[in-house]
Write a protein that binds this ligand. Sequence first.
Ligand code: NAD
Ligand code: UGA
Length: 387
Amino acid sequence: MAASRMDLDGRPIKPITICMIGAGGFIGSHLCEKLMSETPHKVLALDVYNDKIKHLLEPDSLPWAGRIQFHRLNIKHDSRLEGLIKMADLTINLAAICTPADYNTRPLDTIYSNFIDALPVVKYCSENNKRLIHFSTCEVYGKTIQSFLPKDSPLRQDPAYYVLKEDVSPCIFGSIEKQRWSYACAKQLIERLIYAEGAENGLEFTIVRPFNWIGPRMDFIPGIDGPSEGVPRVLACFSNNLLRREPLKLVDGGQSQRTFVYIKDAIEAVLLMIENPGRANGHIFNVGNPNNEVTVRQLAEMMTKVYTKVSGESALETPTIDVSSKEFYGEGYDDSDKRIPDMTIINKQLGWNPKTSLWDLLESTLTYQHRTYAEAIKKSMAKPTSS
Ligand SMILES: NC(=O)c1ccc[n+]([C@@H]2O[C@H](COP(=O)([O-])OP(=O)(O)OC[C@H]3O[C@@H](n4cnc5c(N)ncnc54)[C@H](O)[C@@H]3O)[C@@H](O)[C@H]2O)c1
Ligand SMILES: O=C(O)[C@H]1O[C@H](OP(=O)(O)OP(=O)(O)OC[C@H]2O[C@@H](n3ccc(=O)[nH]c3=O)[C@H](O)[C@@H]2O)[C@H](O)[C@@H](O)[C@@H]1O
């Protein structure tokens, strides 16, 4: 297998060692799975948790045993970090607080996690001449120019005012009391720092801006494998509602628009970046699926239909309810209005395109959610509640 693997320029790919920080999360677990099953590379997997990659670590008889090594550590305070970065050819940093419910309720933790805690990683890569792939976010674009145009302006139809381009679009955030933007702002500053390390000190870097990657193992189901009062990202919120047969909550009418990409498509893009450094270094890449755009309301309706199909259960009479953002997220919430990624740069550099339609990705994801959680939810709901 290893001998026949070629990069995009027809050169054989040499096995490398990757230091993956945040490897135990949603994206990390899929990336580890891909690297173990389809490549010869080694992974030093760093995280505080490993539940989502346990199936790759045990038992010892797995075909990739020895190629993946888990290190339980918190990058905030662990002297092993520099040594692990030095042992690897490439560092991928995925570690972050990245759930909107945290941005305005825990803005300090959010800023520390997304900026301060990432600083040593950038520094160690730069000082030791190690390549870095850093995970940023589409949230750095903030709001679209379109959202500031008058409602009846014909310019609203012009993609120049809403399609998000890495090298052209501005970053537009709300006021400081809208603490929602603490995440986007911290991510923007770390992007600028990495870019400057590249320009002034020659750091070899790639920045990834994911646009709503979704799929199995995303976040948690409250009360089952996460806190009962926790608020995960929208896929897990709506899955939880469907599993519990409660109406899906639409924040501020569910009018915001998103483009969703299947995690397995997105991981293909990351693998191309890993294995084609000459084409990926020095670039910032949007990774999303511009063809899968929906409003959050439309997402709720589609998830309800798909869940009915995969679970065999009937749909609720009242499938959705409206809730204010203040009630749902608290003071200081604000929202991105629309997120369509421009795909020019990733197409030109890596020839990557997403493949999976929204319906198909929801069908495979909700099949997984139903199989993984339906029984546990039934049991937890059958338990008498203490009075
Ligand atoms: N999922 C998406 O669509 C999406 C979109 C935009 C940006 N991103 C970015 O991609 C990255 C990964 O996202 P994800 O969806 O996999 O999130 P996730 O929360 O599932 O994974 C993040 C992982 O980092 C770990 N981590 C956090 N702080 C750490 C620390 N101090 N030390 C060690 N480990 C730590 C967490 O335990 C977790 O396992 C994040 O940087 C996020 O901002 C993701
Ligand atoms: O995934 C991304 O690309 C980025 O966007 C997410 O931000 P957002 O899309 O706003 O987060 P979601 O929780 O997925 O919410 C999507 C939309 O659904 C709405 N929502 C969420 C949950 C819910 O129960 N109901 C509901 O209407 C939110 O208000 C928002 O408008 C997170 O910031 C990060 O994971 C990431 O940086």
